[in-house]
Design a protein around this ligand. Structure first.
Ligand SMILES: C[S@@+](CC[C@H](N)C(=O)[O-])C[C@H]1O[C@@H](n2cnc3c(N)ncnc32)[C@H](O)[C@@H]1O
Length: 235
């Protein structure tokens, strides 16, 4: 697969509020990209993925958010349209990030937090089977091993989703780290983590761009997004 085989989506440039200027000295190691820029582009991209892949969710929705941290991806989905009922289960080894996000989220009272290490397969036993309309994975691939990622996807699509459920993932592609891997290397690495049982893996590359007036600079970061439907295993 080459980048030219992939469909590309451009999210229009968004001005980053001047108010964020106070944070711009927070940068990732070995990169000049300020943290708020990364966070904003990630959320723009997650919104694009929600609009593209999760337009037909039911009005009452149960969400599984893997590597949720503060639950930003869940929140992007929640903000995308009015739901009649919105419940979420967040899995992350960082319990305090989940606590912070839970307090901030308007649906926080309907969040179940599951502190667990995704490298340890017992995490799956802490979550109900066939219970979720969608599963979200945001910015996790670069944190964990490829075989763990494969196993997570297998468990989610084969056990945790309802029969019409869908997994949507948004992974960091390129642009965050100055000397980071070129996009094609990242795509290949993610492709290799997709279970062999998935017949067609067709990611979308979402290009995001933010302007930071305080820095008089534009930042361009790309993300790899994909969706996988529930697999009928023993259903
Ligand atoms: C970049 S954050 C993703 C935040 C969120 N999903 C989003 O889209 O904004 C990555 C998260 O993955 C979690 N994580 C990384 N490795 C993990 C593991 N082995 N088990 C559980 N959580 C893990 C980290 O604690 C962190 O909160």
């Amino acid at each position: 697969m080459t980048p030219s085989d992939l469909e590309r989506v451009e999210v229009p440039p968004e001005p980053l509020a001047d108010a964020l200027g106070e944070f711009i000295d927070q940068t990732f190691p070995d990169t000049s990209v300020p943290v708020p820029v990364y966070l904003q582009t990630a959320q723009l991209c997650q919104r694009a993925a929600v609009d593209r892949y999760l337009a037909s969710l039911p009005a009452r929705v149960d969400v599984l958010d893997i590597g949720a941290a503060q639950g930003i991806f869940s929140r992007v989905l929640f903000d995308s349209r009015p739901f009649e009922h919105f419940t979420a289960t967040w899995v992350d080894r960082d319990a305090s990030a989940m606590d912070t996000g839970l307090r901030a989220a308007p649906f926080g009272a309907h969040v179940k937090r599951v502190p667990a290490d995704l490298e340890d397969e017992r995490w799956a036993r802490m979550i109900r089977d066939e219970a979720f309309d969608c599963a979200l994975i945001g910015l996790l691939h670069h944190h964990i091993g490829s075989s763990t990622y494969t196993r997570i996807i297998d468990v989610v699509i084969g056990q945790k989703l309802r029969s019409r459920g869908r997994l949507v993932a948004v992974e960091l592609g390129a642009g965050l780290y100055q000397d980071g891997a070129p996009l094609q290397v990242v795509i290949d690495s993610i492709s290799e983590s997709i279970p062999d049982t998935i017949a067609s893996f067709e990611p979308t590359i979402v290009g995001t761009q933010v302007t930071v007036p305080a820095l008089n600079r534009e930042f361009r970061i790309e993300y790899v997004c994909f969706a996988i439907d529930a697999v009928a295993v023993g259903r």
